[in-house]
Design a protein around this ligand. Structure first.
Ligand code: DGT
Ligand code: CA
Ligand code: CA
Ligand code: ZN
Length: 580
């Protein structure tokens, strides 16, 4: 519920702008500070209210960064950031979304070609201006063209992990507005889609205008986009937030309608029509006695439901369908047959099987990650630092000897910890599907995660199946290697990979990091159909990131997964047995 991510994003933008101008060291300092601010377990805003000294208690946050954080919470702006934006007037966020284009390239292309926007970048590449520049070639120009196309498709869609906290903040704010009864998120955010076009919010009230006023007066709103008598839209942290206010009797029907998806609603509407019923945002109406139901007004007919969402589905003789499933992927037929799955919940998850420590690129020690897992409420955690190999740069990964040493430390921590600590590794799946860790080391580990980190384009089916068939692999980590909105990752035949996973007792990871969500919901559904097991893991690089597990759980729910399908919904003994 905090604004930590928001101020972290500004510190990162500042770092990018400095880096684009070839400033040394400072950009890294700002990025480290940004990471720690984002992950800080309490509201940094509260520290800011106490002053810069309090903010400087956050790890890696020095005095001048702390002052900027305080300035932001006091004034809504950071003067020095504004100055940097004026010196380099580029759409940094959009441009660096193009794969292979970093802040330095942005600064360079602005200096030499005046590129400010994605459009400028595309036309410079199309007209062959980039290949003419020293340090660039035809290949880099083509890569930029391909990257622009992808960056354009994703433009305007925010990551779930950024949008969800904003939505929860506005709901929390509404909880204290006396005129409001029930209120909830709707739209793609309620369905936990991986990216969000805008945040939709519904509130119940008899005093609609008071609610609209409270909404547009919210201190977090940076602009009011529109305001009417029963709906309004504001901008918060760059996102559009849409509000609808309805009377209590129509709250359930409005919630059902505005949750979507559009395709779920269309199929549900047709299902209703076949039964002589009409369903819309105002309720369910029996129209069998009307002369011309097609020509009837929205609220005409005998109203049979609408106060609650449950009543809407019940009027169609259907059980309530969880929002994550409302994507028109067979959920209405399943509900009609009484075959809805009993979806996995956040409370079902008992441990995390993928996390990193200072041994590779994590921020905290094995003991700290174990203590953090206990505090989070887990029963067990698996330490799975990067092994060296293809895709690991800058000496991040551990070689076989280091892994042997690490196992000894894990055993020592395990002896004292409040959770079971498994010794694991995140090995690299090379381009041929090989695993680059010695067999005797693999044999000493409790659990082996294997993930692709290099050559993340083209078809990866054979490569992933080969990794699954390796006798020591237990979990296939982030199978596509995609980064949402940034990198497409591997293509692969999901059904073939899921079958191989089921046959070889390998779990497919649902990596819960909001940048990844890999497997995505659609692939989880195929995996579950094929009888494969999934593992909902956070890939945490600090204890704060254990909290991302909810994004993985809801992604698994989008794939109809039940607790029985999830490896880390088992107890520690069950996990050990699976990995045998
Ligand atoms: P987004 O914002 O692009 O991530 O996706 P949604 O699903 O939140 O879509 P949005 O914000 O345009 O509309 C919210 C919900 O309202 C949507 O999920 C279903 C409902 N809705 C909007 N337009 C239509 C429509 O033309 N037909 C139907 N049946 N439902 C609609
Ligand atoms: Ca929406
Ligand atoms: Ca909307
Ligand atoms: Zn990885």
């Amino acid at each position: 519920m905090s604004r930590n991510a928001e101020v972290a994003a500004l510190l990162e933008e500042y770092a990018d702008l400095l880096e684009a101008r070839d400033v040394e060291y400072k950009p890294q300092a700002y990025r480290r500070a940004a990471d720690n601010v984002r992950d800080y377990p309490e509201d940094v805003e509260e520290l800011a209210a106490e002053g810069p000294d309090a903010v400087a208690n956050v790890e890696q946050v020095g005095d001048s960064i702390a002052e900027k954080v305080v300035e932001y919470f006091e004034t809504g702006e950071i003067e020095e950031l504004n100055e940097q934006r004026e010196t380099l007037p580029v759409e940094m966020e959009a441009l660096t979304r193009v794969e292979g284009v970093g802040p330095k390239t942005v600064g360079d292309l602005y200096e030499r070609l005046g590129v400010r926007t994605l459009e400028d970048l595309e036309s410079a590449a199309r007209e062959g201006e980039i290949r003419e520049l020293k340090g660039y070639g035809e290949k880099s120009e083509q890569n930029i063209l391909d990257g622009v196309e992808f960056a354009r498709q994703v433009q305007g869609r925010e990551l779930l992990g950024n949008a969800r906290p904003i939505g929860e903040q506005v709901v929390a704010y509404f909880d204290d507005v006396p005129e409001i009864g029930r209120c909830a998120l709707a739209g793609s955010l309620r369905r936990w889609r991986e990216t969000i076009g805008d945040v939709d919010l519904l509130a119940e009230s008899e005093e609609k205008e008071a609610v609209v006023d409270a909404f547009t007066d919210w201190e977090r709103a940076s602009a009011v986009i529109e305001a009417g008598t029963d709906k309004a839209a504001i901008r918060v942290a760059g996102m559009r937030v849409d509000l609808r206010v309805v009377v209590p009797s129509e709250y359930g029907s409005a919630l059902q309608y505005f949750t979507g998806s559009k395709n779920h609603n269309i199929t549900l509407r047709n299902y209703a029509i076949e039964r002589g019923l009409k369903i819309n945002e105002y309720g369910v109406f029996d129209v069998s006695d009307l002369d011309d139901p097609q020509a009837a007004g929205q609220r005409e007919g005998e109203r049979v439901a609408g106060e609650t969402e449950e009543s809407m589905y019940a009027a169609l003789d259907l059980p309530w369908i969880p929002p994550e499933m409302r994507e028109d992927r067979g959920e209405i037929a399943a509900a009609a047959k009484g075959d809805l799955p009993d979806l996995v919940t956040e409370a079902d998850v008992r441990g995390d099987l993928h996390c990193h420590t200072t041994w590779s690129d994590g921020d905290d020690t094995i003991a700290e990650m174990a203590a953090g897992a206990a505090e989070f409420g887990h029963d067990y955690v698996c330490i799975s630092d990067h092994a060296t190999g293809p895709g690991m740069v800058g000496g991040v990964g551990l070689d076989d000897d280091e892994l042997r040493e690490q196992v000894a430390e894990v055993r020592a921590v395990d002896a004292d910890a409040d959770v079971d600590v498994f010794a694991g590794v995140e090995a690299n799946v090379d381009a041929e599907g090989g695993i680059s860790v010695a067999d005797d080391v693999l044999a000493d580990l409790d659990l082996v995660v294997a993930s692709p980190h290099n050559a993340l384009d083209g078809d990866g089916t054979d490569r992933l199946v080969a990794a699954i068939e390796h006798p020591s692999v237990d979990v296939l980590g982030h199978p596509s290697g995609r980064l949402i909105n940034r990198r497409q990752g591997l293509d692969y035949d999901v059904r073939a990979v899921a079958q191989a996973a089921a046959d070889n007792d390998v779990a497919l990871e649902v990596n819960a990091n909001p940048n990844r969500l890999d497997l995505p919901g659609g692939a989880v559904q195929v995996a579950v159909e094929e009888g494969a097991t999934i593992a909902v893991d956070t890939d945490a690089h600090s204890p704060a990131e254990y909290r991302n597990v909810r994004y993985g759980v809801h992604t698994a729910r989008r794939g109809w997964a039940e607790a029985a399908d999830v490896l880390n919904a088992r107890d520690a003994g069950g996990v050990r047995e699976f990995c045998h």
